[in-house]
Design a protein around this ligand. Structure first.
Ligand code: FES
Length: 180
């Protein structure tokens, strides 16, 4: 092999090595992107799967929750006549409860789901000395104490009494336990 042939051969081998390096880098880049997409897909799938699992069972009609009347919005319930509306996660068909302190050691725990057409009713207000909750959809009204319907929907329709919930109250700790 003469000098010029060796030179051409060296250039050829250098080019081959360069092409191999470029191919290797492209391949690594491709794999990085692919695994990145796969990772994103996996995380998305896990999230959606979890969401779907929750959506499959959004309502839990059993169990109980404790609320401490010394905390947050519940301090309203420290006084007789205090009333709050509160949604408890995955409970009561995703309608809040309306909790009212009716006596020193007595409460009313009712659903805020209007029995006419499932509209969410308001927080009770004082109406001539009685706490009354109203459904803004067709005007049905209920007593905050016990959920009895006192005004039917307009212009027509029938509402029945609201759902009520059992509870226990610990006067020492000021914890109200609501059973679903
Ligand atoms: S949905 Fe409540 S009164 Fe009609």
């Amino acid at each position: 092999m003469d000098g010029s042939t060796s030179f051409v051969l060296l250039i050829y081998l250098a080019k081959v090595e360069k092409v191999k390096q470029e191919y290797s880098e492209e391949r690594r880049s491709f794999l990085r992107q692919s695994f990145g997409i796969m990772g994103f897909g996996f995380v998305s799938f896990a999230f959606l799967n979890q969401s779907c699992e929750q959506d499959e069972d959004p309502i839990v009609s059993s169990g109980s929750v404790d609320i401490n009347l010394n905390e947050g919005k519940y301090t309203t319930l420290l006084a007789v006549g205090g009333t709050v509306k509160q949604l408890f996660e995955r409970k009561n068909n995703l309608f809040p409860l309306i909790i009212t302190r009716t006596e020193e050691d007595t409460f009313s725990v009712i659903s805020s789901r209007c029995t006419h057409q499932d509209y969410e009713i308001d927080l009770p207000v004082d109406k001539d000395g009685v706490l009354v909750t109203t459904c803004q959809k067709h005007g049905a009204q209920y007593l905050a104490d016990g959920g009895k319907v006192i005004e039917q929907p307009k212009p027509s329709g029938t509402a029945t009494d609201l759902d009520t919930f059992e509870y226990e109250f610990n006067a020492e700790s000021n914890v109200l336990t609501i059973h679903f």
